[in-house]
Design a protein around this ligand. Structure first.
Ligand SMILES: Nc1nc2c(c(=O)[nH]1)N[C@H]1C(S)=C(S)[C@@H](COP(=O)(O)OP(=O)(O)OC[C@H]3O[C@@H](n4cnc5c(=O)[nH]c(N)nc54)[C@H](O)[C@@H]3O)O[C@H]1N2
Ligand SMILES: Nc1nc2c(c(=O)[nH]1)N[C@H]1C(S)=C(S)[C@@H](COP(=O)(O)OP(=O)(O)OC[C@H]3O[C@@H](n4cnc5c(=O)[nH]c(N)nc54)[C@H](O)[C@@H]3O)O[C@H]1N2
Ligand code: SF4
Ligand SMILES: [Mo]
Length: 776
């Protein structure tokens, strides 16, 4: 058991501190364990009051790491599909099966017949983050898909064009800002995203306590909106137009002052010209926000001592996602709030090198396009909404082999009926996943990783977008029942690259670590000229992913540089600080962070500027309201959920049904719907039925269903989830709707028709409910 264990004298109970890996908030947990690493049990999990970042905050999911660890449905052994049913096999058999299935297809159809999909938990798991590249190289394919294109790709693309680095997301400096304008985010439920801030709600309330304001823009009156100083109801999909109007007012009223970032900025006059048509009056009918409010908010942003403009899911997963993301930064920059305390700032994660001032390589998209509908690549990936057609469409390059890692595309990507049919038609599918769920039921082989408590944890991805610079390492708490996740990926990589089902995973571990160390000794780095083998010899005796992590951290800006900076970060130092190490508030990063070819912020980068015309056209065409039975569908999150995969935890799904269709009372009356009655919702892609929840907390002609439900598919092993399956909102989303600049799917603002569900066959539904009460 870890060196962090503090034995209590009276029993064999011990306390352990670790970071919750479930969402982006990175809360510190205090875990009480009885027994040791081999047979120990979790007694209790609560917030770690001494955590340097979360100070004891925890949400209802944090303590369910215990239930996830103990879940009898979580797979302990690999599963192989035999005669249409999944059966447990040994690890050796599983890899042998993959070799037998995969290699002949690759031999016949080439590596362009292979694709990979990486899901959200892959960025909450440093082994997967570090080993992703190695698996992709071994697969030898450029058919790379991820949850990024049903989520934040617009943010990558706008940061790529503006700053030259698609990972350089500025985040709201929550703890110092005087004014926060927040669009399409509901951190009181989601705990925040692309802005890592444990206790996001508390940090928002602290803005008010110190005399500041926060304003929420959302078509629903969310919990966050209710806590805000002001809530603006906006038409789904119209944020880009509204933000352009804010920028317009800043120019029109001579309020533009770009502050310190102005020294590094090109394109302000181009932006002035681009937003000129977007007067508050011109956008009113399209956004539902009055010109008076638009002008006032622009003035407030300009007048606030510090202000931040932050947009999330509701601004990203829409047809103008990239423009909206760009315009949040435009408004920030025009009011002098970029890279300034209290404004939008950048984290500098400990594992990265110091920035170097000078021109970078810039950012481009569209270096390749998809085979069937010619969708551009962004950040090396194709839009995942195009995956089904790439599997369905015959011809050279047809995808026949799919590897999914930590993803549930059968629930998370648009047009689920079509997606599932495509998954079912694959020649070979392999999933690295702890559950037999809606996606993995289609897999020929499922390879289950250890539970989150049986691996170490370090938030490599999220410290790059945190509101303070933090380093916090959590050692593994329990011995894994099977191989660690990097061993699973390494063995899969060996099989895929033709090195055999019995290859030694150490080969891949050496490659991965070698590439980390070679990067660390490159010219210009602190460790330039060091011998890779000599550095390797100085690493501790840890798991392979932790050795790679150690190499990154020790060579990063805050690291000990392998002894040259003894006060810097090392694994020993991190282990001696189980509540984390606070490296301080965010500091200005300009101009060193910029990687554009010009070495400057390219505020009116051509691809962004060119897309404004499409926004202008939409503005001219969009009707005032909606008609008759039609509405637009938006999503929502509940604090007890985590996308599609935590509905098998009983404490999180019990109680009142949460998978409901929220409808405004006036719409309910017009459409003949009753509270808790069933509605049928129909879109261009499909149709589902869901219980109605009539509420004033949603705009008229907008309806909302949460995503990630629909757990009644046959062939899964999710016993708790299947009892309260809910309906899958992605049956309704349409894979052909995309933000063209980023390839991101449109998940919000889907045109739908809503009507009372036709009455069911009463006899059948009686038997159903009787059976249900017998099994519960
Ligand atoms: N309509 C609609 N659709 C959406 C969204 C929306 O707002 N509306 N949101 C989108 C967003 S933001 C996202 S991020 C995506 C998420 O999309 P996905 O990542 O595809 O889906 P998840 O539901 O997160 O499923 C994660 C999978 O990883 C598995 N898993 C959990 N932990 C681990 C682990 O440690 N290792 C491995 N190997 N597997 C693990 C789970 O069992 C599950 O199968 O969904 C998107 N889909
Ligand atoms: N409890 C819980 N927490 C989670 C997750 C989860 O599933 N459950 N998922 C995690 C993941 S993967 C992510 S990416 C983050 C997402 O974190 P958030 O971005 O905070 O996600 P949501 O809670 O879905 O909030 C999106 C809001 O946008 C609103 N909206 C919809 N359309 C529009 C629009 O066009 N304009 C505007 N202005 N608003 C709109 C919706 O009503 C909703 O309130 O949450 C993470 N945290
Ligand atoms: S908010 Fe909840 S799920 Fe997210 S890190 Fe904190 S405890 Fe975990
Ligand atoms: Mo996400």
């Amino acid at each position: 058991m870890s060196t962090q264990a503090r034995k209590q004298s009276t029993s064999d109970r011990s306390l352990h501190y670790r970071t919750c890996p479930l969402c982006e908030a990175t809360c510190g947990l205090e875990v009480t364990v009885e027994g040791d690493a081999s047979d120990g049990k979790v007694v209790r999990i609560r917030g770690d009051r001494d955590d340097v970042f979360s100070h004891g905050f925890i949400c209802p999911k944090g303590s369910t790491l215990k239930q996830l660890h103990e879940d009898p449905d979580r797979l302990a052994l690999p599963m192989v599909k035999r005669d249409g049913r999944h059966v447990e096999v040994s690890w050796d058999e599983a890899f042998a099966e993959i070799e037998q299935l995969m290699l002949p297809v690759i031999e016949e159809h080439g590596r362009e017949s292979v694709a990979i999909y990486q899901g959200n938990p892959a960025v909450h798991n440093h082994a997967l983050t570090i080993y992703g590249r190695a698996l992709i190289s071994a697969l030898g394919t450029r058919n790379i898909y991820s949850a990024g294109t049903v989520d934040q790709m617009p943010r990558h693309v706008s940061s790529g064009f503006l700053y030259g680095d698609p990972l350089a997301f500025p985040v709201p400096d929550l703890d110092r800002t005087d004014y926060l304008l927040m669009l399409g985010a509901n951190p009181f439920e989601s705990n925040g995203s692309l802005a890592t801030a444990p206790d996001f709600p508390g940090r928002l309330q602290a803005i008010q306590k110190r005399g500041g304001r926060f304003v929420v823009v959302d078509p629903r009156r969310t919990k966050t909106a209710k806590a805000a100083d002001e809530h603006l109801t906006i038409r789904p999909g119209s944020d880009a137009a509204w933000l352009a109007a804010l920028a317009h007012v800043l120019f029109d009223e001579d309020l533009v002052d770009t502050g310190a970032a102005g020294e590094h900025l090109d394109g302000v006059d181009d932006v002035r010209r681009l937003v000129a048509p977007f007067t508050p009056e011109a956008v009113e009918h399209a956004t539902w926000i009055t010109p008076e409010i638009t002008r006032r908010i622009a003035r407030e942003l300009a007048a606030a001592p510090t202000a931040a403009v932050y947009g999330r899911i509701g601004t990203n997963t829409v047809p103008f996602g990239t423009l909206a993301s760009w315009l949040t930064d435009v408004v920030t920059i025009l009011t002098g709030n970029l890279d300034q305390p209290g404004g939008m700032m950048w984290a500098h994660p400990a594992h990265l090198p110091p920035h170097k001032v000078g021109p970078g390589r810039g950012f481009v998209t569209g270096r390749r396009t998809t085979r069937v509908s010619g969708r551009p690549e962004t950040k090396g990936e194709f839009p995942v909404a195009a995956l089904p057609e790439e599997i369905e469409t015959p011809g050279p390059g047809k995808i026949r082999v799919l590897v999914t890692v930590a993803g549930n595309p059968a629930r998370s990507i648009p047009d689920s009926d079509r997606t599932e049919a495509a998954l079912a038609s694959l020649d070979v599918m392999v999933s690295v996943d702890p559950y037999l769920n809606e996606t993995t039921r289609h897999a020929d082989v499922i390879l289950p990783p250890p539970s989150a408590l049986a691996r170490s944890h370090y938030d490599l991805a999220f410290y790059g977008q945190a509101v303070r610079n933090i380093a916090n390492y959590s050692p593994q708490l329990f011995d894994p029942q099977g191989p660690c996740e990097e061993d699973i990926i390494a063995r899969l990589a060996l099989v895929a690259s033709g090195q055999g089902a019995h290859g030694d995973p150490q080969l891949i571990h050496d490659l991965v670590l070698g590439s980390v160390l070679r990067a660390a000794v490159k010219p210009g780095r602190e460790l330039e000229g060091h011998d890779v083998a000599e550095l390797r010899a100085q690493l501790g005796n840890r798991s392979p992913a932790d050795r790679a992590l150690e190499a990154m951290l020790r060579s990063g800006w805050a690291g000990d540089h392998f002894g040259a900076r003894p006060e810097g970060l090392s694994m020993e130092l991190l282990e001696a600080h189980p509540h984390g190490i606070d490296l301080g508030a965010l500091t200005p990063q300009l101009p060193g962070l910029l990687r554009t070819v010009s070495g400057r912020i390219e505020l009116a980068a051509a691809p962004l500027a060119d897309d404004v015309e499409r926004l202008q056209r939409w503005l001219d065409e969009v009707p005032d309201g909606t008609t008759a039975n039609s509405a637009v569908l938006v999503g929502r999150r509940h604090v007890q959920s985590n996308n599609s995969w935590m509905h098998n935890v009983n404490v999180l799904v019990k109680g009142r049904e949460r998978c409901t269709l929220q409808v405004h009372p006036a719409d309910a009356a017009a459409w003949g719907l009753t509270d808790r009655g069933q509605a049928r919702i129909t879109s261009a892609a499909g149709s589902v039925e869901a219980p109605v929840e009539i509420t004033n907390d949603i705009a008229q002609s907008v309806v909302s269903l949460p995503h990630g439900w629909g757990h009644d598919a046959p062939g899964t092993r999710l016993n708790v989830a299947a009892r309260r399956p809910g309906v899958n909102s992605n049956v309704l989303t349409d894979g052909s709707m995309m933000d063209p600049l980023s390839g991101n799917a449109v998940l919000n603002g889907i045109p739908v028709e809503v009507a009372p569900a036709p009455p069911r066959d009463t006899e059948a539904s009686n038997t159903e409910s009787q059976q249900e009460s017998e099994t519960v």
